[in-house]
Design a protein. Sequence first.
Length: 95
Amino acid sequence: MNQVLNLALRPTAAVTYNDYVAVSFMPALRIRGIEPGKDFSLVCFDGTPESETSFPSLTTVSLFPYMIGKEAALHLLRRMEDPGREIQVTNLNLR
């Protein structure tokens, strides 16, 4: 997080791999006078209880890794069969 916050053009948002990483960013932001949820947005993937009880609460997306892997493999196989195939979009049921 410190590397992100030290960039010359500091971003105003971060998407993290999971809720725990996003929650751990909050103190680093506050130490620098950046208010999470107001000056800096955090989005994460998991939907753990920590994301609901953090202050401010996190924007989180619950993903289903098996479903994502299965769909990614199917997309890859279709592209391998026909490299010129139109790009396909799959909507997954997320929470």
